[in-house]
Design a protein around this ligand. Sequence first.
Ligand code: ADP
Ligand code: MG
Length: 295
Amino acid sequence: MATPAPLLQIRNLQAEVTTDPPRQILKGINLTVRPGEVHAIMGPNGSGKSTLASVLSGGSSFRPTSGSVEFCGQSLLELKPEERAHLGLFIGFQYPPAIPGVANEYFLRTSVNAMRLARGQPIMDAAEFGKTLEKKMGELNLSERFMTRGVNEGFSGGEKKRNEILQMALLEPRVAILDEIDSGLDIDALKVVADGVNMLRQTHPEMGLVLITHWQRLLSYIVPTHIHVLAEGRIVHSGGPELAHKLEESGYDPLVRSTPAPGTPVPTEPTGTGMLPPPTPATLAQGPVASAPRE
Ligand SMILES: Nc1ncnc2c1ncn2[C@@H]1O[C@H](COP(=O)(O)OP(=O)(O)O)[C@@H](O)[C@H]1O
Ligand SMILES: [Mg+2]
């Protein structure tokens, strides 16, 4: 069977933070995400993981200086942030901003309808949207009071993360990039968030997923097909799901210390070490296949 065309293809992406003077953060990122793949990006603090998410979203704190990003056949870096979203790119931020005074339900409906309009679908009225919302909220254990409050206003860390997943589930993206969706979550909240993501994968098996995370724990619940280690603005190592356990044992240090010079091909794990095929509804229903999560 022919390999499906990539949804997202990042080639030699370099970017700087727009401080005065600017400083280069991303030093040549290459990443290809195909339908159904789950890529985990791990790496030490400050290595550029959130910067990558921000550059892909079109945020103004960073400026791409070189390289290209193709998303569903379009040149992503030339698009406005909302055009990227309408094309089907979703970014769940590490620190989702609060929008006081804008009720969460109104915000969600407006986002969904903007997306539907861009896709040539009819917009949803409040009643119709309410029904869809209620169902998804139940799945994510979110109570109704989150809908009338301002977006993320006074939400706990865990509530903000569940709200990000709710947005994602409503927007049904082609590619979702989730930045530290597990940070600050206790084990029960982590399971709810992971279940929400897995449910969406089950109904949308073509969706590409990029999970930015520090912890192997999340990857026990959402099993990646590929794992990459990002250090000092470069992907220094790539492998299959088993790489998470190796990193858990030995940390990032051995890989970071052997950081290749720019332009050197990225080392990958030998083939046949467990690169998983894209999930099918049956494999997803089996749930976690990796080791039990650790507290
Ligand atoms: N707004 C900013 N202003 C200045 N430096 C920044 C800003 N945002 C990020 N950085 C710097 O960029 C580097 C990468 O940060 P980040 O992408 O947040 O790392 P990670 O998500 O991997 O922990 C760090 O050195 C950080 O200090
Ligand atoms: Mg970060």
